[in-house]
Write a protein that binds this ligand. Sequence first.
Ligand SMILES: NC(=O)c1ccc[n+]([C@@H]2O[C@H](COP(=O)([O-])OP(=O)(O)OC[C@H]3O[C@@H](n4cnc5c(N)ncnc54)[C@H](O)[C@@H]3O)[C@@H](O)[C@H]2O)c1
Length: 252
Amino acid sequence: MRLANKVAIITGAGSGIGRASAYVFAREGARIAVADIDDAGGEETVAAIKADDGDAIFVHTDVSKASEIANLVKVTGDKFGKIDIFFNNAGAFEGDICEVLEEEVWDRVYAVDVKSIFFSAKYAAPEMRKTGGGVIINTASNSVNNPTPGMCCYISAKGAVIALTKVLAVELAPDNIRVNCVSPSLTDTGIVDRIKADSVSAEWLNAMVSRFPLEKRLIKPEEIAHAALYLASDEASMTTGINLIVDGGSGI
Ligand SMILES: NC(=O)c1ccc[n+]([C@@H]2O[C@H](COP(=O)([O-])OP(=O)(O)OC[C@H]3O[C@@H](n4cnc5c(N)ncnc54)[C@H](O)[C@@H]3O)[C@@H](O)[C@H]2O)c1
């Protein structure tokens, strides 16, 4: 098993990519701390892992709050004895064109998507150092390379995730803590369900998917989870500071 004896925190694991990653990591031997603001979704992920003979706990966590990330790290350490992997997957997907965007939306998106990563390094890196190293995985988005109008705060926040990943990689390398990010393109989760709900954006989505050279379909959450699995595993022992794009060859 590729994550035997590892302990992994996964944020936003109450649905979508985070839940798929929790399942994949657990099947590879990791004990999982499922963190989310959605208690029902988080508990469902934990129940499914346990039903599959895995080990997991749910820790209610709003990743935009320093105190809640500090609590997540403490509860996980108390329960499982250490932290090897911190997957910053939770994300806020909101936006509008800059002219009408409310400042509070900008601040919320940056807090959930970017500041949370700073908190994970601040609170989890000292714990990882105690056991000789660890892995932080962040979630950016390939929308950074193909910006669409109306998403100025989300896309710029994800650009910041890529930059923050590179800085943390060099900052934490002396402690044997690897820091990488994964950049999904359109993946079939709740985010895409919200795009499908509106007829104009649904049409845009179909046009985008038709540009995927591989199979002309949305990416499955498990396909992002497996990219994260590689970054989390010892197979990636000399990989740090990278942005692993999973876009089905679409460039979008
Ligand atoms: N689905 C896509 O097409 C796509 C593309 C590029 C990047 N991403 C990124 O992938 C990540 C996962 O998204 P997803 O597609 O699985 O979406 P999703 O909506 O299915 O899951 C997001 C999860 O994050 C949780 N969450 C939201 N705010 C939170 C907070 N403040 N604290 C803790 N948990 C919180 C939600 O409750 C939810 O369970 C996000 O960072 C997203 O930006 C997704």
